[in-house]
Ligand binder design. Sequence first.
Ligand SMILES: CC(C)(COP(=O)(O)OP(=O)(O)OC[C@H]1O[C@@H](n2cnc3c(N)ncnc32)[C@H](O)[C@@H]1OP(=O)(O)O)[C@@H](O)C(=O)NCCC(=O)NCCS
Length: 212
Amino acid sequence: MRTLTSQDLAAVARVHLRAFPSSALTRLSGGAVRRYYEWQLSGPHEVTALGAFDRDALAGFCFGGVFRGALAGFLRKNRAFLVWRVATRPWLLGNAIVRDRAAVAFRSLSKRWRRPRRSARAAAEPSPPTFGVLSIAVDPPYQGHGVGRLLMGAAEAAARRSGFGMMRLTVDPSNVQGIGFYTSLQWQKLDTGARWNGTMQKTLIDNRAMSS
Ligand SMILES: CC(C)(COP(=O)(O)OP(=O)(O)OC[C@H]1O[C@@H](n2cnc3c(N)ncnc32)[C@H](O)[C@@H]1OP(=O)(O)O)[C@@H](O)C(=O)NCCC(=O)NCCS
């Protein structure tokens, strides 16, 4: 297990393409996937990027930390590339997943452009800092052998070391495999009203507090 650098981005993209074969990013291209993770390494984030290796081969990765514009920044930085990808592959817009992600992307950008109304700003409570898990993926031949557990354990250890009391992530509510994995690692679904939006969280209990 080691920290990932820009040298590992091609391998990260390869694992993402295989682990998420139907994601919108995958459908756009391997280049789009590589650029997405490049932004997570180079943007204004506090990122913990971990890779699990089998000799020299990347078996899985986890990107976690505090992200500032993980999606909106990626879209802004790569808008010419992304517009070109879609313009040269208009049939992509016929795909429901791509359309859904494009809508999320548009909302993410417009949210940053719109200033919150005064009343909303006043009502907003400062939320405690949480360690977000942006993405975790294991190359299919390595799945089911404990690599995901190892990666999540290392991400959790990094979060604890940095003093976070809470971890949070968003999973596609239809990703039964992912939800089963998180649940087995004691993550809980966050109650988001009538229709669960895929947010899960895990409280990090301070072991020192437990033992004193
Ligand atoms: C989800 C994923 C990261 C899990 O990694 P993995 O290496 O296969 O998982 P592990 O072998 O470490 O399993 C860890 C635990 O999760 C449980 N688990 C894994 N997949 C599960 C599933 N489909 N249903 C229920 N539990 C599951 C295992 O039983 C194991 O618990 P145990 O150690 O008590 O037996 C991996 O399968 C993957 O990359 N999937 C595709 C991408 C994805 O969905 N990512 C997560 C959502 S963003």
